[in-house]
Ligand binder design. Structure first.
Ligand code: 15L
Length: 278
């Protein structure tokens, strides 16, 4: 990495008690000692030496106190799947706004935002997309991620904040099913993307896909590679497991056509040939 980050700088990680937080914290603790972990609830497995500051993202005062003096933010807090409008509005729309606005006020230099593949979930599995396609959210959740990307672009252009949006596929030790063979990312590889967002000197505003080195990928992630990404995970190594798991799930006539899977078939009332880009 060209720029060496001053490790003494305050880096705040929201959503630290969630799935991605739990999988990446041990790796991050080694890279960024002093990382400030935050969530509404204390992580059950908080280690001695880890710093935890509770905050409710819907409360601007709590978010402002959390980000005071911060240099960078890994924003992974919020609602991580489809939810009611009330849940999404509070956790992902208001919460995300509160983070970016408190970051601006606090003079935060860099934000890495957990976007999602569900911001573009209605692209067909037969298409290959890059970071600059029109968003095609597959859910209220996906819309909130597109909103977060738009906020990030605005704070980058208007206020000079370095913002990296990670359109994350699915983070885990192995791909869970056939769809995840195309979008899986290992905890180690997503931490590499965090590092790029926190440290790479060239970042103004970027959308990168959060996937490992997947042969069945639907995404052009060449920008991540240009920025130094060297994923070590390979979904194909787990194909037999993913195919066996898929047998247990059975077909989804809508979800199997689109990248977002079950998020696209949930609440679906359209014809499949009228959904997604023409
Ligand atoms: C996501 O955005 C979710 O946070 C995660 O729980 C998975 O559903 C993932 O997408 C996925 O698409 O597999």
């Amino acid at each position: 990495m060209a720029e060496v980050l001053d490790k003494a700088r305050r880096i705040v990680f929201t959503g630290a008690a969630g799935g991605i937080g739990t999988m990446t914290r041990p790796l991050l603790a080694r890279l960024y000692p002093g990382l400030v972990l935050s969530d509404r609830v204390r992580p059950a497995d908080l280690q001695p030496g880890e710093t935890f500051v509770p905050a409710d993202l819907t409360q601007p005062d709590e978010v402002a106190a959390l980000l005071k003096g911060a240099h960078s933010v890994l924003h992974f807090g919020g609602h991580s799947v489809e939810g009611t409008w009330d849940q999404i509005l509070n956790a992902n729309i208001i919460g995300c706004y509160n983070i970016f606005e408190a970051a601006r006020v606090a003079g935060v230099k860099r934000v890495v935002f957990a976007s999602s593949n569900h911001a573009v979930g209605y692209y067909p599995r037969s298409s290959r997309i890059g970071p600059n396609v029109t968003v095609r959210p597959d859910s209220r959740y996906g819309v909130s991620k597109a909103f977060g990307e738009a906020l990030g672009a605005m704070y980058s252009d208007k206020h000079g904040m370095s913002v990296t949006c990670l359109r994350i596929g699915n983070v885990g030790p192995i791909p869970l099913d056939v769809r995840r063979l195309s979008i899986w990312i290992s905890p180690e590889d997503i931490v590499q993307l965090f590092q790029i967002g926190l440290e790479h000197p060239d970042i103004r505003f970027e959308i990168l896909y959060g996937e490992s080195n997947n042969e069945a990928s639907w995404w052009d992630n060449s920008r991540a590679y240009q920025l130094g990404y060297k994923p070590t995970g390979r979904a194909e190594d787990h194909r037999a497991h993913a195919e066996a798991e898929q047998q247990k799930i059975g077909p989804d006539p809508v979800g199997d056509l689109f990248q977002g899977g079950t998020f696209t078939s949930a609440e679906f009332t359209n014809d499949v040939d009228k959904a997604g880009p023409q």
